[in-house]
Ligand binder design. Structure first.
Ligand code: SAH
Length: 278
């Protein structure tokens, strides 16, 4: 049951582009739940946890994801499919992992829908680059560490390490770097960051299937990250965090604490902050 509130209606002929969060169904928004309740057809991606679809037993399910890293549906086909479904008068829910406008091509789908005169609603979601780190015990900002954070993709349109990015600029200007889709090219990217002056010993965390039961995190450093990913046998999807924020995990790995493990270091930044000063 949704709390009493004037919840929007998903009308016939509309498409709602909705974020499903990073995995854990508890990280859906109430707007997403409201959408799931009303949808007649759900077009969903690989990163949308199947358990979430079970909350919409009435809805037809259309899979629009990738399998084995290969695009099995091209983006234009997916967008036009949404147009067709809306024109057929369906109540369409386009469900995407995380937030639909964060590295998820939601903007492109929304553009196509608008160009075809289809009315849309955007339902933001909790993005993996923030929540995945939080579930690993890494605050994406912390006053003692960073006043900015840079979200990057490790993958461009052609499937290469993004050449349009000014890696030297990022190395210089980014206090904490949070990378989506970085697994394939992390060796090349870490080498570029080091070549541009980043400390090879800088802490790095790699978290896979974040927020789900099989979440795994390794802590490493910029120099060794690619090798350590391989040694640990980690597979995508993964969020890679580069920066001192990673050190805070020694104190804040709350999932380890829940399993009975003690914090490794209560003051990993060496600040000896008194218990609390506003
Ligand atoms: N729109 C999504 C991102 C889509 S791009 C969002 O806002 O989260 C796909 C990338 O997101 C993956 O390659 C991975 O880098 C990241 N990702 C999504 N879900 C994840 C999860 N549960 N654990 C780790 N990384 C995840």
């Amino acid at each position: 049951m949704l709390p009493s509130h004037d919840w929007p209606t998903l009308d016939a002929g509309w498409v709602w582009l909705c974020g499903a969060g990073p995995g854990d169904p508890g990280l859906l928004t109430l707007h997403a739940l409201n959408a799931l309740r009303q949808a007649e057809v759900i077009v969903y991606d690989a990163l949308v946890h199947e358990g979430i679809l079970d909350w919409a037993p009435q809805a037809e399910r259309i899979y629009a994801g990738k399998r084995g890293g290969k695009p099995s549906h091209n983006q234009r086909d997916i967008s036009l499919r949404l147009v067709d479904l809306a024109r057929a008068g369906r109540r369409v829910l386009r469900l995407k992992g995380g937030d639909p406008f964060v590295f998820g091509r939601g903007g492109e789908e929304a553009q196509t829908l608008v160009q075809h005169g289809i009315p849309i609603r955007i339902v933001p979601g909790i993005t993996a680059g923030i929540a995945g780190l939080a579930y690993a015990g890494i605050p994406v900002t912390h006053r003692d560490v960073n006043q900015s954070v840079t979200f990057v993709t490790g993958h461009d349109r052609a499937g290469l390490a993004p050449t349009a990015l000014d890696w030297a600029g990022i190395a210089r200007g980014s206090q904490v770097i949070v990378m989506y889709m970085g697994m394939k090219h992390i060796g090349e990217i870490s080498a570029r960051l080091i070549a541009a002056g980043r400390d090879p010993a800088e802490p790095v965390a790699v978290t896979t299937t974040a927020t789900l039961d099989d979440q795994r995190t390794i802590e490493t450093n910029l120099k060794n990250v690619a090798q350590d990913i391989e040694n640990a046998g980690l597979e995508p999807p993964a969020i890679i965090c580069i920066g001192m924020a990673v050190a805070l995990r020694q104190a804040l790995d709350w999932q380890a604490h829940a399993r009975g493990e003690a914090p490794r270091d209560l003051d990993p930044l060496g600040l000896r902050r008194p218990a609390e000063t506003g």
